[in-house]
Ligand binder design. Structure first.
Ligand code: FE2
Ligand code: FE2
Length: 418
């Protein structure tokens, strides 16, 4: 039997005028991609990088969740209600913005890498993010969105291709990278949010979005591994008194990125309309909770294992978190590993500016703080120096003051599914 359009795996190129504009952006903002393409086969056996849109097969021919559950997936925008068209366009645009934003961020500290392999892996991450942006542009360019704009693909291109760091839709993509520690922490922490969003969106009721997720998820796994493996090497070396990245430096970067990662899920209490539209299968709070739990296991426990086994090779993966958590809870050293030698996951209440805990004062271990001066002193030592002296921290302090004075604060940018 012949497969229908929705079942087939396909690759596509944007129409020439759009393809050309994407390539022009790449030449200007990401010229290193040409080096990656030229040297790909020296580093990977994986098939060479190509700038194309990839569509996988649908997981389910019918809509899985929400008000339209049980009906066939919607192949064209003409099958969608007005509000669904509007919200889908917003999600696609936000997604595209994050992809382009992260390339600009990575590039800010790409030349600060000490290891050429780690640097090349980040180049691959950047190229794949560029392909994701291309994919989202294709979804827009390949359908009729006249109900939300005359020519949404061109408008989105005009808007997104001219954005610089600081003007992107999502907060996490407006933070500058100050050293290569940011490249590693970002891929380990923020790309993991990407994985969650993409996994949730495999149910997307608008079929071209659902079908975009599988190929993107396959690439996302490499992004997270790039970050975690780099951090693992640094932790192992630091624990032996070697290498150039200290445990406390890594902890400060974890503290910088985890709060922004949590906020990318949107308000803890929200997400109902996206589920109703069949765009995703989890409410914000539930997705955030699972993400947070995964960070503890996949990031913190893994890194603490590296720290412990660097000194005691006999300690296995199952025992490592038990020992690490006991040291962190009691404050007493074990096997000559002290609290400050280990990493912890900052409290989900720490350094938040959106959602349930916005502008509340908590220290990274989840202890409430009453005095603003003491709180600021904690932030200054628990976040990276280069971040504290930068523009985003200044904005946070201004907004905190406004909030403490009882005024409403307008945070620029939006989380997903605002
Ligand atoms: Fe991506
Ligand atoms: Fe990614």
């Amino acid at each position: 039997m012949r497969k229908s359009f929705l079942d087939t795996e396909e690759i596509h190129e944007l129409p020439p005028r759009f393809h050309q504009r994407m390539v022009e952006w790449q030449k200007k903002h990401f010229p290193e991609m040409d080096f990656l393409v030229d040297h790909w086969s020296r580093h990977y056996r994986h098939e060479p990088f190509r700038l194309i849109a990839k569509f996988g097969a649908l997981k389910s021919p019918v809509i899985e969740v929400g008000a339209l559950a049980g009906r066939p997936k919607l192949a064209r925008t003409t099958d969608l209600e007005d509000e669904m068209v509007l919200q889908s366009a917003k999600i696609i645009k936000a997604q595209c913005s994050t992809e382009l934003g992260s390339i600009q961020q990575h590039r800010g500290s790409l030349n600060k890498a000490q290891d050429p392999e780690q640097q090349f892996d980040i180049l691959r991450v950047m190229a794949e993010e560029f392909r994701h942006a291309y994919q989202m542009m294709f979804v827009l360019a390949n359908d009729d969105w006249t109900r939300v704009g005359k020519d949404i693909a061109s408008e989105t291109m005009d808007e997104l291709l001219s954005m610089e760091t600081g003007a992107h839709v999502l907060d996490a993509f407006n933070l500058f990278f100050d050293s290569f520690v940011d490249n590693a922490a970002f891929t380990a922490i923020i790309d993991r949010v990407g994985k969650y969003q993409l996994e949730m969106q495999t149910v997307f009721s608008y079929a071209p979005m659902a079908r975009s997720m599988g190929p993107m998820l396959a690439e996302e796994a490499f992004h997270m591994a790039t970050g975690v493996n780099t951090l693992r090497k640094w932790c192992y070396a630091a624990s032996r008194g070697e290498g150039n990245v200290s445990i406390s430096n890594i902890q400060k970067h974890i503290n910088k990125w985890v709060p922004r990662g949590l906020e990318m899920f949107g308000d803890e209490r929200g997400g109902k309309s996206a589920v109703q539209f069949g765009f995703k299968d989890l409410l914000n709070g539930e997705a955030m909770r699972r993400y947070y739990d995964e960070l503890k296991v996949e990031l913190i426990d893994t890194l603490n294992w590296e720290i412990l086994r660097a000194r005691h090779p006999e300690i296995g993966r199952p025992d490592a978190p038990i020992i690490a958590d006991r040291v962190l809870a009691t404050g007493e050293s074990e096997k000559d590993v002290a609290v400050d030698d280990l990493l912890y996951l900052p409290s989900e209440k720490f350094y938040r500016r959106r959602g349930l805990y916005e502008f509340q004062m908590w220290d990274p271990r989840g202890v409430p703080m009453r005095d603003k001066r003491e709180y600021l002193a904690v932030l200054r030592v628990r976040l990276p120096d280069s971040y504290v002296s930068g523009p985003d921290f200044k904005t946070y302090l201004e907004h905190l003051d406004q909030k403490l004075a009882g005024r409403d604060v307008k945070e620029e940018g939006l989380p997903f599914y605002g």
